[in-house]
Design a binder for this molecule. Structure first.
Ligand SMILES: Nc1nc2c(ncn2[C@@H]2O[C@H](COP(=O)(O)OP(=O)(O)OP(=O)(O)O)[C@@H](O)[C@H]2O)c(=O)[nH]1
Ligand SMILES: [Mg+2]
Length: 374
């Protein structure tokens, strides 16, 4: 396999040369693979690029990509990923820091797991056997551990413990080449959470390999103060995007309820009998929710064409009636079995509503407004 180790640098003059040397030693451990180093340089004023150029004379597998100016970690990686795929034709891309916090000796273990069939191998500080530096201030430890727990639960990815590790190996074919690199949610540190989430959604087989995350060897940290807030923002945006259809569907349901109830009473008090009012208001509410769902809740999967809309509408009305009939049967059954009390009938009613929500959302999102891109 062709493996490209992408290393972003900003003012790493004291580290990058030594890291290039150390990595070459590790490459020798896996002679079956072809290794390259791609340094993405943020136009450091300290002469980092010059050190890389010196190493390029010694090692033909070292490459330098110059950014016009420092634009953040996410931006540097996107630039590096594209170059690794397009110019270097990488099969595997490794992300790694320049400051020896990631031990070059761990590289073969990461690469081996790609060879074992995994698509996304994370050098994990929070897997059993991994660690963060004990020298870190309490606040940084807390943010790191807390942020990872938060990401795990909000994003619902339970087989990952380290969402912000910067030491990873990714398979290109079917995965990195499918990432929307031009629309990542953060130009900074939080790009990691976004890409991890997208790799997971692409169905990547993920493996965590424990690593001991060291302390920066030499030079100064480039950690941005807004990393934590930016990471929280990315997690929340990802969550919202995932749940957007459901949240909108839910609000459309409330609108439907208001239209149904309001119209029922208006008609009942004016032109129609109660029995007919309920039929008309029900149908109008269904039509309103169908239109709102089509243009808003599932707007990105809108139904096109009159025939398609008509057929879907009939199906919509039919399938949406099923939970209503079911709820009526459930209430009837419950009061017969447990007694006709307010508690029994309302509990059955609410259970019926919840089952109806799940039923309708499943039918709408999986059949009527099926996501054909997936
Ligand atoms: N090209 C580029 N590289 C960057 C940028 N920000 C950070 N880097 C590099 O990305 C890697 C990670 O940055 P670090 O400053 O080590 O961040 P960190 O590991 O979270 O923080 P420390 O524990 O303090 O080292 C290093 O190799 C940096 O030189 C950037 O904006 N552009
Ligand atoms: Mg570092």
């Amino acid at each position: 396999m062709k493996i490209v180790v992408v290393i972003p640098t900003y003012n790493e003059v004291e580290n990058i040369g030594r890291l290039c040397d150390a990595l070459q030693q590790e490459f020798l451990q896996r002679p079956d693979h072809e290794f390259h180093i791609l340094v993405v340089e943020g136009n450091s004023p300290d002469g980092t690029a010059q050190v890389v150029r010196e190493k390029m004379k010694v090692y033909p597998n070292v490459h330098l990509l110059m950014e016009k100016k420092k634009a953040g970690l996410g931006a540097a990686y996107v630039y590096g990923f594209k170059e690794a795929m397009n110019s270097l034709q990488a099969d595997v891309i490794v992300e790694m820091d320049a400051d020896f916090q990631h031990d070059p000796k761990d590289l073969p273990r990461l690469v081996d797991e790609i060879g074992n069939g995994y698509d996304y191998v994370i050098g994990s500080r929070f897997a059993r056997g991994g660690s963060i530096p004990k020298e870190w201030a309490f606040k940084r430890k807390l943010f790191s551990i807390g942020g990872n727990m938060f990401s795990k639960f909000v994003l619902g990815i339970f087989n990952v413990n380290d969402f912000t590790s910067g030491f990873k190996a990714s398979r290109v074919k079917g995965f990195v080449d499918h990432l929307p690199l031009d629309s990542i949610l953060s130009q900074g540190f939080a790009y990691k959470i976004d890409l991890l989430f997208r790799m997971h959604r692409l169905g990547a087989k993920i493996k965590e390999v424990p690593i001991k995350f060291g302390i920066r060897d030499r030079g100064d940290s480039k950690m941005e103060n807004n990393n934590l807030m930016d990471s929280l923002r990315v997690v929340m945006v990802l969550r919202y995007n995932e749940s957007k259809n459901f949240i909108r569907f839910f609000f459309v349901g409330i609108v439907g309820f208001i239209v149904d109830g309001g119209l029922f009473n208006i008609l009942r008090l004016t032109v129609l009998s109660s029995q007919n009012s309920v039929l008309v208001s029900g149908l109008v509410a269904m039509t309103v929710t169908f239109i709102l769902n089509n243009y808003w809740s599932f707007g990105e999967r809108k139904l096109e064409g009159t025939k398609k809309k008509a057929v879907s509408y009939v199906f919509y009305v039919f399938t949406s009636m099923i939970p209503i009939v079911f709820r009526s049967k459930l209430v009837g059954f419950s009061v017969n079995k447990f007694g006709d009390t307010a508690l029994v009938s309302n509990t059955a009613f609410i259970i019926g509503i919840i089952i109806g929500l799940i039923w309708n959302f499943t039918i709408y999102s999986k059949i009527i407004w099926k996501d054909r891109k997936k």
